[in-house]
Write a new protein. Structure first.
Length: 571
């Protein structure tokens, strides 16, 4: 269902007043709720597609069903909303001392209540400790208030970086959207316990063939705002920023400062280059796929639609009638709903070359403990099948035909790829290109090597092809490596640069990009070879001057250079 309409401002205000059905609350009433509970939710009439897009650029939209929309106001934007004079209904939270909180770790691991913060930390350690052959606990980073953002790696060799597709599943980037938090802890236990188990079926296959990373709680400060217990969680982080509007977006004229949780997540995802990911939310019941920020289709739009359809259709086989039926019977292209900027889904898909969808699990943002079992029963099969999408398409290694060294190559489908939909092999040479059945011509390119075109045939009965690619060196002339400093060319550029460090700073290197004020913008590892430029794709960055640093790992020398971006990529 497309919600396109244009309503003049006067009619918009009248419509809002009619749906709200009462006089709008006083500004002080809204401020008092924000002061007491950390945020305020206000319901407005759905104002039409264009007006909704404008509102979503100013305020955080937590739900929208085509009749009404709910905005979530933090201490940062409450005064701006009040000044706008938008008719609304204030939603006052119910009084409580806790929210379906477990009294012990054992009770929490029956998955029908919520753990305290200490219980959550214990549960994550417990899962990793109980199945060490299939599970390892890691840390993405730390929140503003110092809480660990935990993640479990589940694979048949969790201590190794194997040539396997990597999948990322995370939840609760909005701290008051709770269903996915418990669902993913339970999924982690289910997968870890299935590793190597006879009769475990699909779950065991996933553990054997993939590297699965599960992050149940991306915003711990928001969820545990009150301390150790879930009482009045908030959407934003402790600085009042909506973390799912905080990822780099070059088309935002005045982007908000990247928060610590955002920077840590970007660094974590850039280092691993996930082939497939999903971000769990609540506030609706729908599978949302790219793009959120553009009304044009992603190059893989048909594929995104198909995997979303498979998720929702599997849900419908196991759920009660009426669950996950919003918009197109439970799926939507994000911009058909309403447009947002700075979302993780589009950043991962556009900026990192990944494939991510947003899964909205429950109309109720804070799912009662009594309904958590239903969330599992209705969704866990769909989640397993979603993860299994990473076992389709084309994968393999890209290496130097002479030496066997791994290569970081660009993999592009001519006539198909656009808007950064191409993929890259990682520092180990491994690549994954998720694709539906069909005939595909993939071009492999790497500076210093001849291009190679692979023709792949995928069918519904053979949806995966493994193809190792060996690239031959070419005789192309490149600039001489600098004796010091970092050569950056072409410069200025639209965001696609080549960089060449001195010979002493080659091998495995870390590339870091910062603004002139010192803000970290990008941080990832790659391979630099003597005399061969390294292709850098600074997607997601606005026009301006940036400092590029290259350090040889693990503790080698570092060089710096300047890069000027003059226009956006893929415009």
């Amino acid at each position: 269902m497309k919600l396109h309409s244009i309503i003049p401002v006067l009619l918009l205000l009248v419509s809002m007043q009619a749906v709200c059905g009462q006089e709008s609350p006083a500004g002080d009433d809204i401020r008092n709720v924000v002061s007491r509970y950390g945020q305020a939710e206000v319901m407005i009439s759905y104002p039409g597609y264009d007006a909704m897009t404008r509102l979503a650029a100013r305020f955080s939209v937590s739900s929208c069903d085509g009749l009404t929309a709910t905005l979530c106001l933090s201490p940062r934007d409450v005064d701006e909303f009040i000044a706008a004079g938008i008719p609304c209904k204030l939603i006052v939270p119910e009084e409580r001392k806790g929210f379906h909180t477990a009294s012990s770790v054992a009770e929490a691991m029956r998955w029908q209540s919520y753990p305290t913060w200490k219980h959550y930390d214990t549960i994550m350690h417990k899962i990793a400790g109980q199945w060490p052959d299939f599970c390892r606990l890691d840390t993405i980073g730390f929140s503003v208030q110092g809480r660990a953002v935990l993640v479990l790696k589940i694979s048949d060799n969790p201590e190794e970086d194997e040539p396997e597709p990597e999948v990322m599943i995370s939840s609760s980037i909005h701290g008051d959207e709770t269903a996915g938090f418990v669902l993913l802890m339970r999924l982690a236990e289910y997968l870890a316990s299935s590793g190597g188990a006879a009769g475990a079926g699909l779950a065991s296959e996933l553990v054997s063939e993939l590297e699965i990373w599960i992050n149940p709680l991306a915003n711990p400060d928001g969820m545990y705002r009150g301390g150790d217990t879930l009482i009045y969680p908030v959407r934003a982080n402790s600085n009042g920023y909506d973390l799912n509007r905080n990822f780099p977006d070059p088309e935002v004229a005045a982007p908000p400062p990247l928060q610590k949780e955002t920077l840590d997540m970007i660094r974590f995802m850039e280092e691993r280059r996930f082939a497939l990911s999903v971000n769990l939310h609540s506030g609706a019941e729908v599978v949302n796929y790219p793009w959120d920020k553009w009304t044009r289709n992603h190059a893989d739009d048909a594929w995104f639609n198909a995997i979303s359809r498979r998720y929702a259709d599997t849900v419908h086989l196991w759920s009660e009638p009426g669950y996950m039926t919003l918009l197109d019977n439970g799926i939507t292209r994000g911009s058909n709903w309403y447009q947002i900027r700075g979302g993780r889904q589009d950043f991962v898909t556009w900026g990192l070359g990944g494939r991510e969808v947003t899964l909205e699990l429950d109309d109720t943002k804070m799912t009662p403990g009594s309904n958590l079992e239903l969330m599992w029963e209705w969704n866990h099969r769909s989640l397993l099948r979603y993860i299994a999408e990473a076992l389709t398409g084309i994968k393999g290694m890209v290496t130097d035909a002479e030496t066997g060294d791994p290569l970081s190559a660009k993999i592009f489908i001519t006539g198909h790829d656009r808007d950064s939909s191409h993929v890259w092999s990682d520092t180990t040479g491994f690549y994954t290109r998720l694709l539906p059945p069909g005939t595909w011509n993939l071009t492999f390119s790497c500076p210093g090597y001849k291009t190679y075109v692979l023709t792949a045939e995928l069918t519904s009965s053979s949806p995966l092809q493994v193809s190792d690619i060996q690239l031959e060196k070419d005789n192309q002339d490149y600039p001489q490596p600098p004796e010091s400093g970092l050569l950056v060319f072409p410069n200025p550029s639209d965001g696609n640069f080549n960089i060449m460090p001195p010979v002493a700073v080659t091998g495995e290197v870390t590339v870091t990009v910062t603004s002139t004020s010192g803000a970290l913008m990008k941080h990832y590892r790659t391979t630099a070879r003597p005399g061969i430029p390294v292709e850098c794709r600074f997607t997601g960055l606005p026009s301006g001057l940036f400092i590029v640093s290259v350090r040889r790992e693990p503790n080698g020398p570092m060089v710096r250079g300047k890069a000027v971006i003059t226009q956006l990529i893929n415009r």
